[in-house]
Design a protein around this ligand. Structure first.
Ligand code: UT7
Length: 363
């Protein structure tokens, strides 16, 4: 039995932080950011993680023609959960009224959606689940120091969601997962760290700004990313008995356009087969792959039966790739007009608390 994607949706928050906005916050400029990263603007969410997840999920459910009560599992990939217990997936289950669904969170940092896709498709193929909602969601701005130009230009908030259902066909050109590669290197874990949001350390009412913010080693991560994604895709293709010539579309993690181009050119996949939406979304960690997928389907870049490759790398260090033959449908069964409530504040007001919190590091 195969597992296919039958619904897709995303939530790109309405507030944008543009490169011009960043010029007024840190010592940077539009040219540097665009040239080094490919990013012009990123979404900043004025609400909570679950609000974005709900919007993306409702679009995905509509595209699949399903009600929330049809779901039997919700998997949520995130490194920025609202709380640690209950899981974000349970909070979303309640919000959606998905009363027949089990729910759990999964953390593989920016690789979270690809790990989740492998997990969810395996559960569907084995008959454990019939209809799974998989969401990648991040409210990263909570973890970023908007006084640090090295990190704050890269990241954005957002959510993407897919519905995975079984397909009775097997063998030959049947849709479903063709090959998977998942990997990790804990030794290199210190290259990307979010030190807080865990039990390590002392009990303290005050968060330490130096410990709270996301830290990464840019150039080390860059190299790990290019090598990690390209080699992971090669292994997944090999397991599928395919080569890069057989690939119709690559949906990579949107960390940096230069990383994406370097990794996919190493694979011998030309640029027009690669989905890139980082210019308007930034790096949204676990949300980036499903948001890019949603754009690709909506823009007509995926056709029935296409070989689609999902690939990502992230904190851990983790990496993963899934090679999947798309099913029959690339148009939504129904659509939803749900969106986040309009903000009553501007992007500077959303970031004001953040900037005040990190100020002591710059005094
Ligand atoms: O979950 C974490 C995921 N992290 C990533 O995906 C990061 C992967 N790495 C990257 O994307 C790139 O390494 C960066 C975009 C972060 C940096 O690009 P780079 O080409 O590696 O630049 P660099 O680190 O070599 O920095 C070059 C210069 C430095 O100045 P000096 O030392 O040469 O005088 C930086 O201080 O650019 C400076 N710089 C900036 N200048 C203007 C760093 N950030 C900025 C900025 N605006 N925002």
């Amino acid at each position: 039995m195969g597992a296919v994607i039958t619904g897709w949706g995303k939530c790109r928050p309405p507030l944008s932080l543009t490169n011009a906005d960043l010029e007024s916050l840190v010592d940077t400029d539009d040219e540097w950011i665009l040239e080094r990263t490919g990013i012009s603007a990123r979404g900043i969410c004025h609400l909570e993680t679950t609000d974005m997840a709900e919007v993306a999920a409702r679009h995905a459910l509509a595209a699949a023609g399903l009600a929330a009560t049809d779901l039997d599992l919700i998997v949520m990939a995130t490194v920025s959960p609202e709380i640690s217990c209950p899981s974000n997936a349970c909070v979303l289950q309640e919000r959606l009224g998905a009363v027949n669904a089990g729910a759990f969170d999964l953390n593989a940092a920016c690789s979270g959606f690809v790990y989740g896709l492998s997990t969810a498709t395996s559960l569907v193929s084995s008959g454990v689940a019939q209809r799974v909602l998989l969401v990648g969601v991040e409210k990263l701005h909570f973890l970023i120091d908007y006084r640090d130009r090295n990190t704050c230009v890269l990241f954005g908030d957002g959510a993407g969601a897919v519905i995975i259902e079984n397909d009775p066909r097997s063998g030959g050109d049947a849709p479903g997962v063709l090959g998977v590669d998942l990997g990790a290197d804990g030794v290199a874990g210190s290259t990307m760290v979010i030190p807080t949001l865990g039990t390590r350390g002392e009990l303290s009412a005050d968060r330490d700004p130096a410990q709270h913010r996301l830290h990464f080693e840019g150039q080390a991560v860059f190299k790990i990313a290019v090598k990690g994604m390209s080699e992971s895709v090669q292994r997944a293709l090999q397991r599928a008995g395919l080569t890069s010539d057989d690939v119709d579309v690559v949906v990579p993690h949107q960390a940096n356009e230069r990383i994406i181009r370097a990794a996919t050119r190493r694979l011998g996949v030309d640029d027009d087969r690669v989905v890139v939406n980082i210019e308007t979304h930034g790096n949204t960690s676990a949300a980036s792959v499903p948001m890019a997928l949603c754009d690709a389907v909506t823009d007509g870049r995926i056709s029935p039966g296409d070989v689609v490759v999902f690939t990502a790398f992230g904190g851990g260090v983790t990496w993963g790739s899934v090679v999947l033959r798309w099913g029959d449908r690339v148009t939504p069964i129904t659509t939803s007009d749900v969106e986040l409530p309009a903000p009553t504040v501007d992007v500077y007001e959303v970031l004001a608390e953040n900037r005040a919190f990190f100020q002591p590091l710059y005094d």
